[in-house]
Design a protein around this ligand. Structure first.
Ligand SMILES: Cc1cc2nc3c(=O)[nH]c(=O)nc-3n(C[C@H](O)[C@H](O)[C@H](O)COP(=O)(O)O)c2cc1C
Length: 347
């Protein structure tokens, strides 16, 4: 891979424009599922995710000695270059570039972060990703066929996945604006006891993805989750929910140190990552940002996008006078609107 020698745009609008051109060539349904107005039904949840980030700003600190902030952290048992991993995505993204999932794995390997795949994907997807030498995990849908879900969890461990989980917010299927509902026929609800039975099938860190309430966070822990993903599933699960950022502080308070908390939905900048970490997340997942890089130029395009995000994170931390991500806390943030005020009051 020659990311360093290639020239890519540094401006996010230009990266998104290039990616959109690729999606619109009709690559599977990626155009619909990555659309900037995407999200279930009215798109209220989808829009609110981005709005929540916009309503928070930073305490500026310019007189200090911070020049090279430390971004590396431990995540899923690996030392990663920054607090970002790729959110699991299904075969909807298979044609975003050549061999999308392998390209994702290679781009992540170069960037020193963790790759993933969702469900459904081609049966050899995770195996091929792991073969690149990259770290990868998989999140499986809460399948009606409970035996199949357990078998899938065991398969992820056998194939060298570093973590495995269930996206519990898919119980009634998913929907993107302008597309048919998906997956409702194959998904169903799981009780704490049933999730615990799934969890018992693997020694890997267990992820419960799609948590938007303190009650579900506690239920996830009771089922044996090591990692909770506070997420609106990119806005595809339930319309008219609060954004992930709004519910994060209460979930962190309730969970304490009992689980790793990852936030996703609406992360569009390195500065957004810093906001989530300051509110209590251990890391974030990115979905669409990763797709823009992959669409732009496969593995190299993804590595480029990840480099830009890392640079933005470092620059933001310099301008905050913060030496390492572990030093971030809610007091580093300021409200820029009523939603921002409410979020900070809940910390
Ligand atoms: C095209 C696409 C497919 C996705 N497929 C899955 C999936 O199979 N399983 C899952 O848990 N989440 C899935 N997600 C959600 C992502 O894991 C993640 O929660 C979301 O993309 C984060 O929001 P962002 O795109 O605003 O960064 C998908 C997202 C996109 C955009």
């Amino acid at each position: 891979m020659e990311t360093e020698s290639k020239t890519y745009p540094k401006e996010w609008k230009e990266i998104e424009r290039l990616a959109r051109g690729v999606f619109e060539q009709g690559r599977g349904r990626a155009d619909v599922w990555t659309h900037r107005d995407g999200g279930a039904e009215t798109g209220s949840t989808f829009r609110r995710n981005v709005e929540a980030f916009d309503q928070l700003g930073f305490e500026a600190r310019f007189i200090h000695d911070v020049t090279a902030p430390e971004l590396a952290v431990d995540l899923m048992g690996k030392r990663v270059s920054c607090s970002i991993a790729i959110g699991p995505m299904s075969s909807v993204i298979a044609k975003v570039c050549d061999e999308t999932f392998v390209a994702m794995a290679e781009g992540c390997k170069e960037a020193g972060i963790i790759a993933s795949c969702g469900f459904p994907v081609a049966t050899d997807t995770l195996r091929k990703m792991v073969q690149t030498g990259a770290w990868a995990f998989q999140v499986i849908k809460p399948l009606k066929d409970r035996g199949k879900l357990k078998a899938e969890v065991e398969r992820v461990e056998q194939e060298g996945g570093i973590a495995v989980g269930v996206d519990v917010d898919s119980i009634a299927g998913l929907k993107a604006t302008g597309d048919e509902p998906h997956f409702h026929e194959i998904c169903t609800t799981y009780s704490v006891k049933e999730l615990a039975e799934v969890r018992s099938r693997t020694k890997l860190p267990f992820i419960v993805k799609g948590v938007l309430s303190v009650e579900d966070a506690i239920a996830a822990i009771d089922s044996g989750a090591d990692i909770i993903v506070v997420s609106t599933h990119a806005g595809f699960a339930m319309d008219y929910t609060r954004s992930s950022l709004e519910v994060l502080p209460a979930i962190r308070k309730a969970v304490g140190k009992r689980a790793t908390i990852i936030l996703d939905s609406g992360v569009r900048r390195g500065s957004d990552v810093i906001k989530a970490l300051a509110l209590g997340a251990d890391a974030v997942f990115i979905g669409r940002l990763a797709l823009w890089g992959l669409a732009m130029d496969g593995a190299s395009g993804l590595a480029w996008v990840l480099k830009l995000i890392r640079e933005e994170m470092a620059r933001t931390m310099i301008l905050m006078g913060i030496k390492k991500v572990g030093d971030l806390h809610p007091g580093c943030l300021v409200p820029l609107g009523p939603m921002g005020e409410r979020i900070l009051e809940s910390c």
